[in-house]
Write a protein that binds this ligand. Structure first.
Ligand code: SF4
Ligand code: SF4
Ligand code: SF4
Length: 254
C-alpha cells in the first residue's frame, strides 16, 4: 500500500509579537507528537530552513501594510489550508488600536513629521484579505484548542469556534466571579474556547478571543442581570484587542 505523505506545514508572521508561535514551540512532547504527523517546513522559531512548498499555512499577525496584503495573498495561493493563528490574525488584536483614529491622524501621532514616509494601512485580521479555513483565537493561543484544531485539519473536519461566552466555561470551572470582587471582567461577551484560562489563574478576562457573534443574544445574560450590568457597560471597555473589529463591533451596539 502506498504510504500517505504527511502534510507540509509552514508558519508565517505579520504584525505581531510571535507569542502564538512561541506557544507552539513550548508544546514540549506534544510538539514532538505533532511533528510525527506533519512535516514542518518553515518555522523560524525552531528551525533555520524555510521551505516554500507547503499544504497548511499558519498565519500569525494582523495585516497592516500594502506589502502584507500582497504577501498573504501569495501564501493563500500556495496553501491548501490557511489557519489564522492568534488574536492579531483572527480579530486584529492589539494592533487594532491604530484603527481608533483616522489613519493619517494615527500616523502623525506615532511618526510625527516623518508620517508621510511610512507605508501603513488600517489594521485587518487575515480573513478580511484572504479566505481563512481555520481560526484559532486568543492572545496567546490556548494549546488544548490548538491541538483540537490540528486534529480537525488532519481529519479534514471543520473546527467550530464556540459562540457562547467565557462565563459558560468559567462557571463549569466553579470560579468565583470577578464581579463578586468588584473587578470588571470581559467574560460575559467574550467568545469561549480557552476554558476560562485567565480566570482559573486568578485573573479576569480581557477579551482576547474577541466578541461572541451578536452579544445581546449570545452574551451571558444571567451574569449581566445578576450584577446589574448593561451590555454597553462592558462593550465600552472592550477595546484592548478588538478595535479593528469595525462593523462587527459597531453592530454590537445596535
Ligand atoms: S495574538 Fe498576542 S501572543 Fe499572539 S502574536 Fe498577537 S500579540 Fe502576540
Ligand atoms: S464575568 Fe468573568 S469571572 Fe464572572 S463568570 Fe464570567 S468569565 Fe467568570
Ligand atoms: S479568559 Fe479571556 S483574556 Fe483570558 S484567554 Fe480566555 S478569552 Fe482571553
Amino acid at each position: 500500500m502506498k504510504k500517505q505523505s504527511k502534510p507540509k506545514v509552514a508558519f508565517f508572521d505579520f504584525s505581531d509579537c510571535e507569542g502564538c508561535q512561541l506557544q507552539f514551540a513550548n508544546m514540549g512532547e506534544t510538539l514532538l507528537e505533532v511533528m510525527g504527523l506533519v512535516d514542518i517546513v518553515n518555522f523560524r522559531e525552531i528551525m533555520s530552513e524555510a521551505g516554500e512548498d507547503y499544504d497548511v499555512a499558519f498565519v500569525e499577525g494582523s495585516i497592516t501594510t500594502d506589502n502584507d496584503v500582497k504577501r498573504v495573498k501569495k501564501i493563500r495561493e500556495k496553501a491548501k489550508i490557511v489557519v489564522a493563528l492568534g488574536a492579531c490574525a483572527t480579530i486584529g488584536g492589539v494592533n487594532g488600536m491604530k484603527n481608533r483614529a483616522p489613519l493619517e491622524v494615527a500616523k502623525k501621532r506615532v511618526y510625527g513629521d516623518k508620517a508621510d514616509t511610512v507605508n501603513t494601512i488600517k489594521t485587518m485580521p487575515v480573513h478580511e484579505v484572504v479566505k481563512v479555513d481555520y481560526f484559532i483565537n486568543g492572545c496567546p493561543v490556548y494549546i488544548p484548542e490548538v491541538v483540537s484544531v490540528l486534529k480537525c485539519i488532519l481529519l479534514g473536519k471543520p473546527y467550530v469556534v464556540p459562540n457562547y461566552s467565557v462565563c459558560v466555561e468559567c462557571k463549569m470551572n466553579e470560579n468565583v466571579c470577578r464581579y463578586e470582587k468588584d473587578q470588571e471582567c470581559m467574560g460575559p461577551v467574550t467568545r469561549a474556547g480557552c476554558n476560562s484560562w485567565c480566570v482559573n489563574n486568578g485573573n479576569r478576562c480581557y477579551g482576547c478571543r474577541g466578541l461572541v457573534d451578536d452579544p445581546a443574544a449570545n452574551g451571558a445574560k444571567d451574569i449581566l442581570a445578576k450584577y446589574g450590568l448593561k451590555l454597553n457597560d462592558i462593550l465600552n471597555h472592550f477595546t484592548l484587542y478588538n478595535d479593528s473589529q469595525g462593523a462587527k463591533y459597531d453592530q454590537a451596539f445596535k
